[in-house]
Design a protein around this ligand. Structure first.
Ligand SMILES: [Mg+2]
Length: 321
């Protein structure tokens, strides 16, 4: 009997909830547990604590022959920062656990950390700890990022309501287009611009904060596994359906629609805005465009309007197992 990732997470969420003791009601208590981009811990202070973890495995999430060490260090941290951005939070500290195969070149390790520290510094994040081990097969990198949001202001996946508009930041499908080039075995050096979204994604921290400060987003998450599957997750958390317009989905010229719909690792933000507040969303914020792509609806169905016709939105993003 095979378990999908969604079933696995749901099982774990229920088990964790059953075992949550009364002790958690005092001191730091869990406001949002399994099932969002970050866990949210609330205490007595003015800020809630945001915590996210992300695991990257060689051969599953990346290939060392395709990706330079500094890009990998960048990306490990970027994935965590993107989850903090998805809550409208500010990242503060990171913890990295790294397992390396015996005999890994020290220059590879130096470059890995150069990439990680460059992104950390530009976002005011410190590396506060972690662990190391020898790996029996391939590089394993696990990042924990701790951030903060003003008390009760973290933007959850569960706040979308029928009638809300659906928006995304930036353009979608860029990382999938880069991956496609690598799969075709094209020369990498000449294609750095095309590979940038895949190798050096920029987490949308300032836009997340901008939306949070103004209280504009009713729900938000980052796009890590693909628009179709991530929209399905947001809708499931909110108990709603959605309809999106294929023509509205922002992508670069020559990026196939399928990449923008189902390609992973764009690390853009997907958010919803009540119809009443939608007029306050500009088309450009902090150097990135914001695009309305559809609307939240009653029920649970996900629909796509393509060439004037309405069809069921296929949910085909990256499932981990
Ligand atoms: Mg996420």
């Amino acid at each position: 009997l095979k378990l999908t990732e969604r079933q696995f997470v749901e099982k774990l969420r229920r088990a964790a909830r059953r075992r949550m003791g009364a002790s958690t009601r005092r001191g730091l208590h869990l406001r949002q547990g399994i099932g969002d981009d970050c866990a949210v811990l609330s205490g007595a202070g003015k800020y809630d604590l945001l915590i996210t973890t992300d695991l990257m495995l060689e051969g599953v999430h990346f290939r060392r022959e395709w990706q330079q060490a500094d890009s990998l260090g960048h990306k490990v941290l970027a994935r965590g920062l993107s989850d903090i951005a998805a809550m409208g939070g500010i990242p503060r500290h990171a913890f990295l656990s790294l397992a390396l195969p015996r005999g890994t070149d020290f220059r590879w390790v130096d470059q890995f950390f150069a990439g990680l520290f460059r992104l950390a510094e530009s976002n005011g994040v410190t590396l506060a700890g972690g662990d190391t081990a020898a790996s029996m097969s391939g590089v394993v990198a696990d990042i924990v990022v701790i951030g903060e949001a003003p008390r009760r202001k973290a933007i959850l996946r569960s706040g979308a309501r029928p009638g809300d508009e659906i928006w995304v930041t930036g353009v979608l499908g860029g990382a999938a287009a880069g991956l496609d080039l690598l799969r075709q075995g094209k020369r990498i050096a000449r294609r750095t611009q095309t590979l940038r979204p895949l190798f050096y994604p920029q987490p949308r921290l300032s836009i997340g904060r901008w939306l949070s400060r103004r209280g504009l987003a009713s729900a938000m998450m980052d796009l890590s596994d693909g628009l179709s599957i991530d929209l399905a997750r947001l809708c499931q958390a909110s108990g709603v359906g959605a309809c999106i317009d294929a023509d509205a989905i922002p992508r670069l010229r020559r990026t196939p629609l399928e990449y923008a719909l189902h390609g992973g690792e764009d690390f853009e933000l997907l958010f919803t805005v009540s119809a009443r507040r939608a007029g306050k969303i500009p088309t450009q914020v902090e150097g990135a465009r914001l695009t309305r792509i559809g609307q939240i609806q009653r029920g649970r169905r996900l629909r796509l309007i393509r060439a004037g016709r309405e069809e069921v939105l296929p949910v085909l993003g990256f499932e981990h197992f």
